[in-house]
Design a protein around this ligand. Structure first.
Ligand SMILES: [Zn+2]
Ligand SMILES: [Zn+2]
Length: 258
């Protein structure tokens, strides 16, 4: 009897103990990153401003980027001017202006026919431009059908961010199921639109490989469904803008949903 009693006694604290953040934090802290959440206002701004949708900076020699599938002008999803980034993150993608174009033509269903959830789709364009003032010539009006209204990024707010259970395991840290559950309960990695931090993966960990060197590309920005853009990736999916750390001109947008 006493043996059985001891077994129960031993098991009891484990089954009733709830994992708490104070215990998990020392394991996670070495993998802490800052994620930066944009403060935005609905407002048209100058072509070089950082924004969701609106008018991108273009040079006088170029046309608004068009989709390779339907040949229509693509929505500007995001434009980030490196000068507008938080002080500590100014060089995160290099000098210049990062632009993300994405075709939302529903009639031609470019998103589906071009597999736009995969990186490097023909109906997307992600690039960094570095035009000098002399050659900037952006249109005053968007040629995009049903263009989303512009939200200018006017500042940033940082929050601590942590990887999910699968990603931290890939780094070599094994969490118990309860610890993984706690990370989920605390909603790490953080959702919503954010600069840097850890990707909020809907499916598994899916860093695109650089077409040139094959290395996993690095997260630059996360665009979530219906946060600053009135757009849903599949069924409440989440998209990630990534860049190769060695080949800075290799950039991609890709997304997944459940
Ligand atoms: Zn298209
Ligand atoms: Zn590369």
């Amino acid at each position: 009897m006493s043996n059985i009693f001891n077994i129960f006694k031993k098991k009891e604290p484990e089954s009733s103990s709830k994992e708490n953040w104070e215990d998990l934090k020392p394991i996670m802290v070495p993998h802490k990153r800052l994620a930066w959440f944009p403060n935005t206002i609905e407002k048209g701004s100058t072509p070089t401003s950082s924004k969701f949708s609106g008018i991108p900076v273009l040079s006088k020699d170029e046309k608004w980027p068009c989709c390779s599938n339907c040949n229509e002008p693509m929505q500007l999803f995001l434009q980030l001017n490196s000068q507008d980034l938080p002080e500590s993150e100014k060089t995160v993608f290099g000098k210049g202006i990062l632009q993300v174009f994405y075709c939302t033509n529903r009639e031609k269903e470019c998103e589906v026919s071009c597999d736009a959830f995969f990186p490097f789709s023909q109906s997307t364009l992600v690039r960094v431009v570095d035009y000098n003032d002399d050659i900037i010539a952006s249109p005053t009006k968007s040629p995009v059908t049903d263009a989303f209204s512009e939200r200018q990024i006017i500042g940033w707010e940082s929050m601590e961010d942590y990887p999910n259970g699968e990603e931290i395991e890939a780094i070599g840290v094994t969490l118990t199921d309860k610890q993984s559950d706690l990370l989920c309960d605390l909603e790490y990695p953080l959702s919503k639109d954010k600069l840097l931090g850890w990707p909020c993966w809907v499916q598994g960990v899916e860093y695109p490989g650089c077409p040139e060197c094959g290395k996993p590309m690095k997260l630059i920005f996360q665009i979530d469904s219906e946060d600053n853009l009135p757009y849903m990736f599949g069924d409440v999916g989440c998209s990630h803008i990534t860049q190769c750390e060695s080949h800075k001109d290799r950039l991609a947008i890709a997304w997944a949903c459940s």
